[in-house]
Design a binder for this molecule. Structure first.
Ligand SMILES: [Ca+2]
Ligand SMILES: [Ca+2]
Ligand SMILES: [Ca+2]
Ligand SMILES: [Ca+2]
Length: 398
């Protein structure tokens, strides 16, 4: 059985050129078998069609690998390219299952020229890849004769120091005997994997790590419960404070952020169309209208809603409070008339006067006494109170 092939006749270049270094700024080194020795070297175990070099590594959490590389050189043969591959292994000490590879175990492969400018002089190389790895055992393998690479090169090890992670990780493909072998006798070979861990437990588009920084719940895709996913809010904000994944009503207009998206209004502008009427009561929040006309319509709608309320227990739920049908009917009529009166004042361009009857409705629907409320504590009462309050605030702001 043959051992691994040492490079011979290598010509050492005296000039160390800047390597073809490509790496993602945000990515971190997630595996490094050895620290870097001096670049510009020749020698080291060969990387060619008859000998691939590999190094095993473990992934403990879902990781997006952004680059693989190491300390490599090529000798100017063939197309001067080597291949790099990430191979899935059956376990921490396993070899690739194929001869050399089974189709399903190659997670990604690339070809590259380790040093186009300086044949045979080594360099520290990172080549971009894009593959997501689930927790498990993997290896980086460099070789030739596959994936379109026909070059010939090597991995110098002079001056490198094996890291704890790289200890015992090496193996190689002996193409002459079609077998994978452990490479315990190798010097420290530098294999590097870069990537970003990307656990997104609740699948809302933000990693758990990002949610920790933002203060959102990594186990709840919609932390503030407004119908917009945390990640969607952060994307939409694009660095601005709105929409806020921790505030269900980011612009404070009483409409939830998610509801505003459904309506077409802006979750970050309480009056999307700028006509003076807040989105929450604007009949068309995206088309500017006549503010007084809209407010009048809102108040007439409140009047209609009150007048339609049931006062007879025999006919279903009763929302108007009172001891008898007669008492309830009277209160319903007073509230309905009061709203109509306010609508009339708005119609004749007396917005301030209109707020007086509206204040009377607020006092009967605000959950506080005195005076006692005339409408049962219910979502219907709260909706009326909220709309009327918004109309009053808007009338006073015009
Ligand atoms: Ca998440
Ligand atoms: Ca949300
Ligand atoms: Ca809102
Ligand atoms: Ca508006």
């Amino acid at each position: 059985m043959s051992g691994f092939q040492s490079a011979r006749g290598a010509r050492v270049m005296g000039i160390a050129l800047t390597g073809w270094l490509v790496s993602s700024l945000s990515a971190a080194v997630i595996y490094e078998s050895a620290s870097l020795g001096p670049i510009g070297q020749a020698g080291g175990p060969a990387v060619r069609a008859t000998q691939f070099l590999g190094s095993r590594f473990e992934i403990t959490q879902t990781t997006n690998v952004t680059a693989i590389g190491g300390h490599l050189r090529e000798t100017g043969l063939g197309n001067q390219e080597l291949f790099g591959a990430i191979v899935m292994l059956a376990g921490p000490g396993a070899m690739p299952g194929g001869a050399p590879f089974n189709p399903g175990e190659v997670m990604t492969s690339i070809t590259f020229n380790p040093n186009p400018a300086t044949t045979n002089a080594s360099d520290d190389i990172m080549v971009p890849v894009s593959v997501q790895l689930e927790p498990g055992s993997y290896a980086v393998v460099f070789g030739s004769g596959l994936f379109g690479a026909t070059g010939d090169g090597g991995m110098p090890f002079n001056g490198q120091t094996v890291t704890a992670a790289g200890s015992g990780s090496y193996f190689f493909w002996d193409g002459n005997f079609s077998t994978w072998l452990n490479g315990g006798g190798f010097g420290p070979l530098r294999f590097v994997v870069e990537g970003t861990t990307a656990i997104d437990t609740d699948n809302d588009g933000l990693t758990d790590a990002a949610e920790l920084v933002l203060g959102t719940d990594p186990n709840n895709p919609d932390t503030d419960g407004d119908g917009m996913l945390d990640g969607v809010e952060v994307d939409a904000a694009a660095g601005d404070p709105c929409p806020d994944p921790l505030n269900a009503d980011s612009d404070g207009d009483t409409l939830l952020d998610g509801d505003e998206i459904t309506l077409g209004s802006s979750p970050c502008d309480s009056d999307t169309d700028g006509d003076g009427v807040p989105d929450s009561i604007d009949t068309d929040p995206v088309t500017p209208g006549d503010a007084l006309q809209i407010l009048e319509d809102v108040v007439r709608n409140v009047s209609d809603t009150i007048r339609a309320m049931n006062i007879n227990p025999n006919n279903g739920e009763v929302l108007i409070l009172g001891r008898s049908n007669r008492a309830r009917r009277a209160r319903r009529n007073i509230l309905g008339h009061t709203a109509s009166l306010a609508a009339f004042f708005i119609d004749v361009d007396l917005p301030f006067i209109a707020t007086i009857p509206l204040q009377a409705i607020l006092r009967r629907t605000d959950g506080e006494a005195p005076p006692r409320d005339w409408i049962l504590d219910s979502p219907e009462r709260d909706a009326i109170n909220q709309d009327v309050q918004t109309v009053v605030d808007t009338l006073l702001s015009l």
